[in-house]
Ligand binder design. Sequence first.
Ligand code: LMR
Length: 400
Amino acid sequence: MTLFTDTQDALFDALRPQAPDALLGLITAFRADPRPDKIDLGVGVFRDDHGATPVMRAVKAAEARLVADQQSKAYLGAEGDARYTELLAELLLGADAADEEHLAGVQTPGGTGALRLGAELIARARPDARVWIGTPTWPNHMPIFRAAGLAIQPHAFYHRDTGGIDFDAMMADLSDAMPGDIVLLHGCCHNPTGAGFGADQWRDIAALCERRGLIPFIDLAYQGLGDGLDDDAAATRTMLARLPEALIAYSCDKNFGLYRDRVGALWVQSRSGAGAAIAKGNMLAIARGLWSMPPDHGAAVVRVILDNPDLRADWMAELDAMRIRLNGLRMALSACHPRLAPIANQRGMFALLPLSSDQVIAAREQHGIYMAPDGRINIAGLTIDTITAFARGIVPYLNI
Ligand code: LMR
């Protein structure tokens, strides 16, 4: 006998079909393309002059130490590796950050885990808070906040035609935010545009948040890949110095090249030490229900590197070289066409080309150039050799 009958709806038939993730789908599409001169400018991974994404030297050395020295893989708990979070806080916020009692941090599975945990924390604390997000943004931002049940409020940010930020329009939009609303900000190296605020603009944003009681949620996924470790942290430091409450989602995916190991952290700044302790307790309770405990390996690698002066120095040197390569490619690309000129002054891994979705498809089909559907390119995917072929494929669209 069975209780499954023809009249009972099948559980999974109730689901709606989902389109594959447009960005991650590029990985498979590129691999399947047999053309030898294809160019992968899709998903955001750093590539060297040979198109490879090598494991960083310091990471390899730290992994060897872990294999030799690690005595146990017993659970660490929902907080993950506390020393890792402490060292990372110092790297991001300065030497005293780990002792700052208004600040609470936990390890998370990647920057995505940090964003989701922060979103769930906000939803618990203030379910009616709106999250203001400048457009365009990383395509995963909005789904993450929506999944936590929060309302999204898009605001002006970038002008695709000028390749610059429309700061006045953004500030005008944000002046409609209600006290207690959240403002999502890319701490450096904006994804997908590469466009960044100047120091004065960051001060204006901080002042607006202060005036209107808005809480910044800073997403920092590229520290060290824009202008350097301290310069890329400067905006986050400005915001935290000026505002009593803030959240920071951090990713080590790109600056330590640990993509698939999923290494991130979430910090909250609270008005008081007691508030930070309560926030941390809630972060741990939420994390327990989401992933129970974050994966250890990548965070342990980062801890070993940051705790050892030699490995740390070697990591910083390699990161410097990565940044220099990216900014060199930016200069070369910006010289290819006047409409690409803004790329020279933008930072990080990405630029958003002024292309229509049809042109993005045509570039893939006719020239084997793979980029995100919105026209975002991963600059690191270019080499001095492929830039010419890339420009030859793209420039005709820019002249239309
Ligand atoms: C990207 O934007 O390409 C990366 O952050 C990868 C991702 O998860 O989308």
